[in-house]
Design a protein around this ligand. Sequence first.
Ligand code: NAD
Length: 353
Amino acid sequence: MKICILPGDGIGPEIMAQALRLLDALRSDGLKIETESALIGGCAVDATGSPLPEATLQIAKAADAVLLAAVGGPQYDTLPREQRPERGLLGIRKALNTFANLRPALLYEELASASSLRPEIVAGLDILIVRELTGDIYFGEPRGIAMRHGERVGVNTMIYSESEIRRIAHVAFKAAMKRARKLCSVDKMNVLEATQLWRDVVIEVGKEYPDVELSHMLVDNAAMQLVRNPKQFDVMVTGNMFGDILSDEASMLTGSIGMLPSASLDENGKGLYEPIHGSAPDIAGKGLANPLAMILSVAMMLRYSLNSEATAQRIERAVKRVLAQGYRTGDIWTPGSQRVGTKEMGDAVLAAL
Ligand code: NAD
């Protein structure tokens, strides 16, 4: 298996270094992987003038999976739009045709006090949100701002084809099969026809997965249930816009941005794996960044692209153990726990592994 490594900017190289140490350890244990690093984001602009050089794209396309840390930084904010680091990110997602975004919201019991909700509501929370990423009102035509009857009107189009719904539904059902086998599909079928089709197609696809318990929820209720009783959910699947909002809501339930990985998958299960956080310029270069979201992205990569569920679980157990041992980077530190830096956290994970 070939893995394309994209450290990017800010804390990116620091947290990626810990992911690479982990991959080295797994390789010595017999995991057959090769890695190749490439430039993306601000560092790529500095070296080549483009945030997504052609050479990077070729390596990413040839790989079985792509591991990305983070891009961006204040020094790039004044560049022309096409040279901004974020363009590299959007460009690679588009080039790899990743239509399925998987965002776990997992709260380790040890970190329950970091959430803005009461510990008994969130402790042990483990939700996976599957968001469709390339369709819906964000891409639908017609769109724009136009003059109508002497005033400006803004128009966007919510549109989903059957095949788009079908393929994301398959991803969600398959993910549910690897977890607690409960899938909640979120729509707004009481007022939006596009989402009535969504519900109909999800029900059809569900017939192929009799072992998964399928339920449906209107998006307004889902937003409410996520803060009322989030532990009722296992996997949630929804469209691009609802998923955008619900996945951010769910990740905030866990309280720490430094803990959450994500995956964006294409039709063949190839994926781009990255922490949900950015390049954290405020702490870059200081050895303070939490590498756990990056390390958990490696676990997701093993689960979804490299078909190594056992190794994914091994990494997740190691992370759980270091938290139970009391190791904390600054972002998740609470009095009484042991404050460590990026490398020490990497050491602790390797030791626990
Ligand atoms: P950010 O996620 O980088 O940081 C937000 C806050 O969380 C900061 O205080 C930061 O120190 C902290 N933080 C983030 N990750 C952490 C970690 N692993 N350990 C400890 N603390 C962590 O978001 P931002 O400040 O809005 O953006 C900074 C830069 O990152 C911008 O240039 C932005 O465009 C870019 N960005 C990139 C991505 C990506 O690469 N996917 C995503 C979001 C933002």
